[in-house]
Design a protein around this ligand. Structure first.
Ligand code: SAM
Ligand code: SF4
Length: 341
């Protein structure tokens, strides 16, 4: 097992995000086209044995944490077995999953048994009609059941992520309040200019739909005060939930969980970036906000371990110091379902 790998800006790269599929059982307006995605030939998608081979080389280069994402990772058959196999790879200490939660209630137990460490569940609103609107047909109760199941299985931490979109008119205080009675880490993510999906109003991403994290926090505090309760208080670093990453955390006094804010646009966190991304078609990406990609599928399918290592090293070496996304440009033409967020 090798030591930690540094990029050319001195950052340790120990985190690989693996997208298992571009497909999804929801069609969020900011992420996917309404008609879903084009069918892709099976042989364009990395097989599980190929993903495992890449993870093995990554672990040898110092990767310690894996996150499975998508599309919706739980729609890909055999994901439980994949997790068990990743768990067995020497050097991998932590396996996390980002899911829309729809299939979680029925899969949480098996995922836990297989060795999954943590889950992030995406949920933009608790309002059933707004949820159906933003996901183009989803049922919010499925996700709420998924959250219950994740807590019952003892996943820790359980993080729940909402993308803040102005025209969705979300109740941020209601969402944050889910952290009061249960150990849930409720996090807000700024809406990012990624991909060419339709957005809430059909006109795509636009800066008018971005709500800054400062703005969200003020709305949460205003909700608490209107309810006769105390406002959020900043958390000390040591109180942050594990794998806190780029979020800034706050807490309602006496709450069991926390409230986090992820602001890639208004306050980017490139200096702490520790990750590379693997797409389901076998592209390695140095940065979420760029279409730059290094193909590893041929290397893992037909080449040697050394070939795979070279592509990983090349990808890590190509990590930019920072992204230059203001709020007026689309950073990448690829939709989030293909990159995994
Ligand atoms: N299907 C899974 C889910 O929804 O959690 C995993 C993949 S999804 C692409 C990962 C995350 O990216 C989700 O939390 C989603 O809300 C977020 N996301 C998608 N498009 C986004 C955008 N334009 N800006 C910010 N977050 C976005
Ligand atoms: Fe699917 Fe997740 Fe994209 Fe929504 S955000 S369409 S759940 S991949």
């Amino acid at each position: 097992m090798g030591g930690a790998m540094k990029d050319t800006h001195g950052r340790t790269i120990d985190y690989l995000r693996v997208s298992l599929t571009d497909r999804c059982n929801l069609r969020c307006v900011y992420c996917m086209p309404a008609e879903g995605i084009q069918q892709v030939d099976h042989d364009q998608i990395l097989r599980y044995d190929e993903i495992l081979a890449i993870v093995r080389v990554a672990a040898d280069l110092g990767v310690r944490r894996i996150r499975l994402t998508g599309g919706e990772p739980l729609v890909r058959k055999g994901v439980v077995g994949l997790i068990a196999n990743i768990r067995a790879i020497s050097g991998i200490e932590d396996i996390a999953l980002t899911t829309n939660g729809v299939l979680l209630a029925r899969m949480a137990h098996d995922l836990k048994e297989a060795g999954l460490s943590r889950v992030n569940i995406s949920l933009d609103t608790l309002d059933p009609d707004k949820f159906a609107e933003v996901t183009r047909g989803g049922n919010v109760q499925d996700v709420l059941d998924g959250i219950d199941a994740a807590l019952e299985q003892g996943f820790d931490p359980v993080k729940v992520n909402a993308v803040a979109v102005r025209s969705l008119d979300q109740d941020f205080y209601e969402f944050a309040s889910m952290s009061r009675d249960r150990p849930l880490h409720m996090r807000f993510i700024e809406y990012m200019p990624v991909g060419d999906s339709a957005g809430m109003n059909g006109a795509g991403w636009g800066p008018q739909d971005v709500v800054s994290c400062d703005d969200i926090r003020m709305q949460v505090d205003a909700g608490a005060i209107a309810a006769g309760l105390e406002a959020l208080q900043p958390l000390q670093d040591e109180e942050k939930p594990e794998g806190g990453g780029p979020a800034r955390y706050w807490k309602f006094p006496g709450a069991k969980g926390t409230v986090g804010f992820i602001s890639p646009l208004s306050n980017h966190f490139c200096s702490a970036c520790n990750r590379v991304r693997l797409t389901s078609k076998g592209g390695l990406r140095p940065c979420l906000f760029s279409d730059e990609e290094y193909p590893v599928r041929q290397a893992v399918r037909y080449g040697t371990e050394e070939d795979v290592r070279k592509v990983l090293e090349q990808t890590i070496g190509a990590k930019p110091e920072e992204h230059h996304e203001g709020d007026h440009a689309r950073a990448t033409a690829t939709n989030m379902n293909a990159i995994g967020g």
